[in-house]
Design a protein. Structure first.
Length: 499
């Protein structure tokens, strides 16, 4: 990667912006002069690769400049004040945030986990690191630049001393890949996981590659045949679509095989078809056409357009018996949905006037579908209202990065909760008073305790106490969400607690 190659990616910026980016590159080049990476390449090459990824996402001028300067304060005598004087407060704050995030490390003791207890401890430990990561990043661009930095580091990990490789790969798998996922950056998540997989489980990774060698070739030829059939059919129906095959990422496949008794024949999305159309209406029209052509597999239709994932992912997934009875998965989405699925929060630079700060997103939030940026709203609110990192970390709780479930009220309202949430969590998600005075519930029409762990799709009718006696102290051991925990603690501050 050269600076001229980076410049070619910056068509969306004006001449003044490009001039600033050139200055940032020249500043970094001088600061890193004579420095080389473990691979032997000039240090500034890493800055160029990081900035190149940021440019591919079409982020703003400040983000690209910060990507070029992101290691200057950490690896050279250059100070934060020098960055501020030369490039202004905004870029200096981005660089400072990236420098601080670089200090987050998985300690050596967690490189080998010997039993289930240590695994649980490690999960709690990495959860804290992820929360620290988000708490320290005052601007979402800081996280994105840091993820781009880590991606290039992983691509060149072979040059790092052997004793450091495992730690870096484990950090990437346990901290950075989940962050990419939470930001909705699906392609980046897959790349980080696969690169980590090759270092953490090298034998398993190689074995899986060998198993897939012949099967993938046959599958790709079959998918290409189906692609042409479907493209022709949609054309006749007046639908202009972009259809391509998508190979499943290795690490994701490895995890899935564990759930399916290592039976590769049960993996229907080894190579999936992806259909991209103009709008939501066409997505559902394409689904109907596909089901008219090929019989769908019962229970394998997932409508993430009507019910998006917490990170904003939207698409329709269906699995069908195609030509010759072979089972394949087909994903249907609009172009906008596809951009968001690949690049997550970064895609909002395209659809929100190419602005990226949380303040801007906060101002524009009412123009975006509620489900699409719900977690960004939460992040903006946390960063605005909470005064220090300790409070932020406590408030984020376990629910920010955990898997999600959707639970219904009797009237059909949906509440988005973390996996493991209880009846009490659900009650507080509806209203504080309802949570404070919950005595029980009906879950799917049957009586249930307040400690009952809810499942995806449950319909819950909360039973409220007539005496309004308030929560008990031991509820803090039951609840899963930070919302419920904070509301209970607030009640105790203003009332005498029950035991």
């Amino acid at each position: 990667m050269t600076f001229d190659e980076l410049l070619k990616k910056l068509d969306y910026l004006n001449a003044q912006d490009k001039k600033l980016i050139r200055r940032a590159f020249e500043f970094a080049e001088v600061a890193h002069k004579g420095q080389k990476r473990f691979t032997g390449e000039p240090f500034v090459q890493h800055e160029l690769e990081t900035a190149s990824y940021i440019a591919d996402l079409k982020l703003d001028t400040s983000a690209i400049a910060a990507a070029l300067l992101h290691d200057v304060c950490e690896d050279t005598p250059c100070t934060q004040e020098q960055i501020r004087k030369n490039f202004g407060r905004k870029i200096a704050e981005l660089v400072d945030g990236i420098t601080k995030l670089s200090k987050i490390r998985i300690v050596r003791r967690w490189l080998v986990i010997r039993d289930e207890k240590e695994l649980q401890e490690f999960d709690r430990y990495t959860e804290t690191l992820r929360k620290m990561f988000m708490a320290m990043a005052k601007d979402i661009r800081i996280v994105i630049i840091k993820l781009a930095d880590r991606l290039h580091n992983m691509k060149t990990l072979q040059g790092v001393p052997k004793e450091k490789r495992l730690r870096i790969a484990k950090e990437t798998l346990e901290i950075y890949a989940p962050l990419a996922d939470r930001l909705g950056m699906g392609e980046l998540k897959g790349q980080l996981e696969d690169l980590s997989f090759s270092y953490i489980e090298p034998e398993e990774c190689e074995k899986l590659k060998q198993r897939l060698a012949d099967k993938l070739d046959k599958k790709e030829k079959y998918i290409e045949k189906i692609r042409k059939i479907l493209l022709k059919k949609l054309g006749k129906e007046g639908i202009r679509a972009e259809i391509s095959g998508r190979k499943k990422h290795l690490y994701s496949l490895w995890l899935k095989l564990k759930r399916y008794d290592d039976n590769l024949s049960r993996i229907y999305d080894l190579v999936a078809l992806r259909v991209i159309v103009s709008n939501v209406e066409e997505c559902y029209k394409v689904l109907g056409i596909i089901h008219e052509m090929w019989r769908p597999l019962v229970g394998r239709i997932k409508d993430y357009i009507a019910m998006p994932k917490p990170n904003g992912y939207q698409s329709i997934h269906t699995t069908v018996f195609a030509q010759g009875g072979e089972i394949i998965e087909i994903q249907i989405r609009s172009r906008k949905m596809h951009d968001h699925a690949e690049n997550g929060i970064a895609a909002h630079w395209h659809y929100s006037g190419k602005k990226g700060t949380l303040d801007y997103l906060r101002r524009k939030i009412n123009r975006v579908p509620r489900s699409e940026l719900k977690w960004v709203q939460e992040l903006a609110r946390w960063q605005k209202n909470l005064s220090d990192n300790k409070e932020v970390i406590e408030s984020l709780g376990l629910d920010f990065f955990s898997d999600r479930i959707f639970v219904y009220t009797p009237t059909g309202d949906v509440k988005d909760l973390p996996s493991g949430a209880t009846v009490i969590d659900f009650a507080y998600a509806i209203h504080t008073d309802l949570g404070n005075f919950t005595t029980g519930a009906k879950v799917n029409g049957k009586m249930a305790k307040i400690s009952t762990v809810l499942q995806n799709g449950d319909i819950v009718d909360i039973i409220k106490s007539k005496k309004e006696t308030g929560p008990k102290q031991d509820w803090l051991e039951i609840v899963k969400t930070s919302l419920a925990r904070n509301r209970i603690r607030h009640f105790f501050k203003t009332h005498k607690p029950r035991f």
